[in-house]
Design a protein around this ligand. Structure first.
Ligand code: SF4
Ligand code: SF4
Length: 362
């Protein structure tokens, strides 16, 4: 089963030829002061194809020179030195730049004049904290591309769950789903809690090749996710799916079998982690024993809680597949026993019994 995520007509997006010649150098201004845990920044450092070191050292052929400004990875002394490029960008002196937002965007309106939910640096004149919202309002309209890193920044995520006090939301909820950057790109959403390292890196590299004038815009679906990464479900890439098809389900978390009855949401979640692994093909979620909790999805986490209960749809499909699965498993078992025998002519007796016909001997 494929869960259709919708597609955007790529041909309708601006092509490189009509738009511009491409940049030789570009800045990445990464603000992780959304309602965030910095998990996406940390995850990003685990990318291997390419690695962040390759990116910033210019080792990837055809990419613009990249100046990465991320507080966790910054070689600056921090404070005002780190903030300098962000302040320059607000003044319009840092073009072109890609704005990366990590963490969800709180609703300042509900506390206007009464403090701030999250801030990034201070106003030099008043000494008052500058809110994340203040920065987004000034930087997003000037950015060549705007990228949301992680489910918090894309769809609100954990910090926007029911009962939260901050009124948090995703970047597209804040800027508008029809927002277009200076490079005529929609917001590029890379969900995941955290982002799978290469999912983010691949997307960033595609945006950078586009900035270099060497690639079309990245194809995004109706939730602004890269189509090639989020177009299939977890289940479609899970190596436990054969157990599902045979109606063979894990009863607890110590089993190598399909985990749908102990809480896996994989069949209805758009994500490629089990197919890809986490780092260098190692790790993942249901493929290695952890139920899929739908952390890449716009409805995460509320739509998937409580995580360790069986999804209601899973109960129905597991029940339906049981009789077929039991029969097919038994038949396959019989065939498997037969295939686990060597042919009877594999022996060390004096007589050849392989069926060789001496007629063909020269
Ligand atoms: S998406 Fe997950 S990893 Fe990223 S900031 Fe939010 S809680 Fe942290
Ligand atoms: S463990 Fe989850 S994703 Fe894997 S086969 Fe079972 S239901 Fe599908």
């Amino acid at each position: 089963m494929t869960v259709e995520s919708g597609t955007q007509d790529v041909s309708a997006q601006p092509s490189r030829a009509e738009a511009r010649d491409g940049f030789d150098e570009i800045n990445i201004l990464w603000i992780s002061e959304g309602m965030s845990c910095d998990g996406d920044t940390v995850s990003f450092t685990a990318a291997g194809q390419p690695a962040v070191e390759d990116l910033v050292q210019g080792l990837i052929p055809g990419l613009p020179k990249v100046n990465l400004h991320n507080k966790v990875l910054s070689p600056s002394l921090g404070g005002e030195e780190f903030l300098a490029p962000f302040r320059a960008a607000v003044r319009g002196e840092m073009s072109p730049f890609i704005l990366v937002i990590e963490g969800s965007i709180p609703n300042q309106n509900i506390i206007e004049g009464d403090g701030y939910w999250t801030s990034f640096g201070n106003d030099p004149e008043t000494g008052e904290p500058l809110t994340l919202n203040w920065w987004i309002d000034r930087l997003a309209p000037q950015a060549w591309a705007v990228v949301a890193a992680g489910t918090c920044a894309t769809f609100g995520g954990i910090h926007a769950m029911a009962g939260n006090p901050t009124g948090s939301m995703g970047l597209a909820d804040y800027l508008g789903w029809d927002f277009k950057s200076q490079g005529a790109l929609p917001i590029v959403n890379v969900p995941g809690c955290p982002i799978q390292p290469e999912n983010f890196m691949e997307t960033l590299v595609w945006v950078l090749y586009h900035a270099a004038g060497a690639a079309p815009p990245p194809p995004l679906d109706h939730m602004l996710r890269p189509q090639w990464l989020f177009g299939k479900t977890v289940h479609e890439g899970c190596d436990r799916a054969a157990y599902y098809e045979q109606g063979d389900f894990a009863k607890d978390y110590n089993s190598p079998k399909c985990q749908v009855k102990v809480g896996c949401w994989g069949p209805v979640v758009n994500c490629n982690v089990p197919k890809h692994g986490w780092m260098s093909g190692i790790g993942g979620c249901p493929n290695v024993g952890g139920v899929c909790i739908g952390c890449t999805m716009p409805g995460f986490p509320d739509a998937f809680m409580p995580f360790m209960d069986e999804p209601s749809g899973g109960a129905m499909s597991a029940t339906l597949i049981r009789p077929y699965g039991a029969l097919i498993r038994r038949l396959r078992g019989i065939t498997n026993v037969a295939l686990n025998r060597e042919p009877k002519w594999h022996h060390n007796e004096p007589e050849l019994t392989s069926g060789y016909d001496p007629y063909w001997r020269p």
